[in-house]
Design a protein around this ligand. Structure first.
Ligand SMILES: [Cu+2]
Length: 163
């Protein structure tokens, strides 16, 4: 397993700090493969340039997350709007539960298909509003992509904001 693939696989499980990636990567190889920190950061930088990984500064540490383009495996992933506009928790739990203003399940977007090239498109325009302050206003919530079609681990998070 190449370092690049190994780091991507770990990030698909959730955001990680650089040193965490080194430790977990080595653990995943049963300790037979050690990598130096420089190698980890060089690879992460390259993944960032390729648009597969993003970087967040948190408590003076670098927290890496997978981007939508890095979501794998290709296939069906649950896509939801969650209640709270806060992606600060590495596991996405800071977004709370699903945003579901009555009377319909507006936050249950269904699923998004990620193609083999890592891209996915989701379109749904009729039920929401943007910045109206109405009950169907999606602004100040968050969008979550889950690991599986039925939900599970929160692998990508974005705050919905209006410029
Ligand atoms: Cu969800």
């Amino acid at each position: 397993m190449a370092v690049r693939e190994g780091l991507l696989a770990l990030l698909r499980e959730g955001p990680r700090y650089g040193y965490q990636l080194k430790t977990e990567f080595e653990a995943a190889t049963g300790g037979v493969w050690t990598i130096n920190v420089g190698q980890v950061y060089t690879t992460l930088e390259r993944l960032g340039r390729d648009g597969l990984v993003t970087l967040d500064e948190r408590d003076d540490q670098k927290l890496y997350s997978i981007t939508l383009a890095g979501v794998e495996p290709p296939g069906t992933h649950a896509l939801h709007i969650h209640e709270i506009p806060d992606c600060s928790a590495p596991d996405g739990m800071s977004t709370g539960s699903h945003w579901n203003p009555p009377p319909t399940m507006l936050g249950e977007l269904g699923t998004v298909e990620i193609a083999d090239d890592g891209t996915g498109v989701f379109m749904k325009t009729d039920l929401w509003s943007i910045g109206t302050g109405e009950t169907n206003d999606v602004v100040d919530h968050s969008i979550i992509i889950h690991a599986e079609s039925g939900g599970g681990t929160r692998i990508a998070c974005g705050v919905i904001a209006k410029d």
